[in-house]
Design a protein around this ligand. Structure first.
Ligand SMILES: Nc1ncnc2c1ncn2[C@@H]1O[C@H](COP(=O)(O)OP(=O)(O)O)[C@@H](O)[C@H]1O
Ligand SMILES: [Mg+2]
Length: 530
């Protein structure tokens, strides 16, 4: 018998599902792709469940294993049977996949394993140019590619428990994008990727940058968020901030603002909008100072409060707030990955840095598209956000949420794609998550997370969801327009260096001990001070 033949279709098939009785000695595997000989031509299907039994051991009254022993002593091995459930994916027209058939496959129809050439053809994007993500879990001889156009246009969520293989998947996708000359920015919340490099790619460049915010580019609402005030929570402070902001903006870059800053006795390095706002408020508050903006006497306390918030933010965020630093988006380029190392930053500042940068990227891409400048801004660009649930929680109005929602909605037109990575899908805003139409879902154990992901995913069947808890590291369900059909994929291991891999306590301790024992006490204690 032909080695690819698995079995024949059993009675009660439907156009979407059929049972298959396997030939002797064949135990079908879940996730295996098969070809069924349908009336209207061949059908492609996937095995979604398998049951197995033994004829001689199927009597209902064999209620002790001893009875099994006796029968097995007599028989040797029993006659094994297997029955598989096949979910029908669609009809095949040559190598082309079409819709579901209108009639079920006939009982007795032959079922074969799908040949490699066919599957290989299906898992490559239509134009043949794809991102090599890994192999089919059940067919290690079939490479799976993702369509970069659809990935950027319809965005991506990578979801799994911690240690499920999310960051490895991110690294693989970024590597493939850079090899194509693509443009990417990665917001590295836990400094996981700072040692990243790509092997065998001459033009691939990685730049790790410290997060900086140029206060001179911030909008009044972005400033208000940094100062932790809003119109609804502190209306007076907000109004005075807005007034002083307007004035400082008009005086910026004209030597005048620096004068005011000097006059108010505020220390600032360069033309600094935030210091300018502080100066305008301080001078306006002084009895005999110049009243740059009018302050009602009953609002003085609010303005004093506002000034101290500005002082606090300038002193505690001094490292990040750098006037004339330019924007992170300036660093983007073709064949280059920009890693923004956010590990040292608090969450409020992280939100503003990420939100601001995403907004700037979208604005520049828009301007480029409509011919309003930024002709050389590199697009399409993919922005990857790790730990997305911390910045885009359900229903929140964080800066990052607002920016992510705009990119989710409009990014496609201007070539800005978003990739959100999270181990807590249910803590991610459901609107934003459902707009990440492509998904790479690795191991997810928690039922609530599973059903949340299910609701936010168009193409995910109940059956695919049922695989999620049992997936091993790096094994994923991949769905969405970037792949021709939903598939179980073993993501390949990233071939470059990622940095931030798991802690190797044993190695670090033994190396440290070796250094301690081999150094003289003077050298050792001397070197600790370095
Ligand atoms: N596809 C894979 N093949 C082999 N090992 C993998 C794969 N994906 C992840 N790993 C390993 O599993 C560990 C956790 O992976 P990681 O991507 O950091 O998980 P996560 O980001 O989901 O916490 C890493 O040490 C990594 O080397
Ligand atoms: Mg990770």
């Amino acid at each position: 018998m032909e080695s690819n033949i698995l079995g024949r279709i059993a009675p009660n098939s439907t156009p979407i599902q059929a049972d298959m009785i396997a030939y002797e000695g064949i135990v079908p595997k879940i996730g295996e792709y098969v070809i069924i000989e349908g009336d209207e031509g061949p059908l492609l299907g996937m095995i979604s469940n398998v049951v197995r039994g033994a004829i001689e051991l199927s009597r209902g009254d064999l209620l002790q294993a001893n009875y099994y022993d006796k029968i097995l002593d007599l028989l040797g091995s029993p006659s094994d049977w297997s029955k598989a459930t096949i979910r029908i994916i669609g009809g095949l027209n040559g190598d082309e996949l079409s819709g579901l058939p209108r009639s079920p496959p006939p009982t007795g129809a032959l079922v074969r394993r799908a040949p490699k050439y066919l599957l290989s053809k299906i898992f490559v994007p239509p134009n043949g140019r794809g991102l090599r993500i890994g192999k089919l879990m059940t067919r290690e001889d079939v490479d799976v590619y993702l369509d970069p156009n659809e990935l950027v246009a319809r965005h991506l969520a990578i979801l799994a428990v911690t240690g499920g293989g999310k960051s490895n998947s991110v690294a693989v996708i970024l590597e493939e994008i850079l090899r194509m000359g693509g443009v990417a920015i990665l917001f590295d919340i836990h400094s996981e990727y700072v040692g990243m490099s790509f092997s065998d790619c001459e033009h691939c460049e990685v730049e790790v940058i410290e997060p900086v915010l140029d206060p001179n580019y911030l909008s009044v609402d972005e400033l208000a968020s940094l100062l932790n005030i809003s119109y609804s929570s502190a209306a007076k402070m907000y109004i005075y901030l807005k007034k002083a902001y307007k004035m400082a903006k008009t005086l910026l870059n004209k030597e005048v603002l620096i004068d005011k800053i000097d006059k108010a006795g505020i220390e600032a390095e360069k033309d600094d909008l935030l210091a300018g706002i502080q100066a305008i408020l301080t001078l306006s508050l002084e009895e005999d100072g110049e009243e740059l903006i009018h302050i009602n006497s009953r609002d003085r306390d609010s303005v004093v409060g506002l000034i101290s918030r500005i002082e606090y933010v300038r002193s505690s965020y001094g490292r990040v707030l750098r006037p004339t630093a330019g924007e992170l988006a300036d660093h983007l380029n073709y064949g280059k990955l920009v890693i923004v190392d956010l590990g040292q930053l608090g969450s409020d500042l992280t939100d503003v840095v990420v939100g601001k940068t995403l907004t700037t990227i979208l604005l520049r891409a828009k301007d480029k598209k409509v011919g309003r400048g930024y002709e050389t801004f590199p697009t399409p660009v993919l922005a990857v956000l790790e730990e997305a649930h911390t910045l885009i929680p359900p229903g929140a109005n964080t800066y990052t949420s607002i920016a992510a929602a705009s990119i989710a909605k409009e990014g496609r037109k201007f070539g800005v794609g978003l990739c959100l990575v999270s181990q807590r899908p249910k803590k991610l805003d459901s609107d934003v998550l459902s707009q990440m139409v492509n998904k790479i879902i690795l191991r997810i154990v928690e039922p609530e997370d599973q059903s949340y992901v299910r609701r936010a995913t168009e193409f995910l069947s109940e059956e695919m969801i049922s695989y999620l808890p049992s997936l091993n590291v790096g094994e994923a369900v991949i769905v969405g327009p970037m792949i021709r059909m939903p598939a179980l994929v073993k993501v390949r291991y990233f071939s470059g260096k990622r940095g931030g891999e798991s802690l190797d306590a044993h190695r670090l301790w033994s190396e440290g001990l070796h250094r301690r024992l081999s150094a003289s006490p003077d050298e050792y204690y001397g070197s600790i001070g370095d």
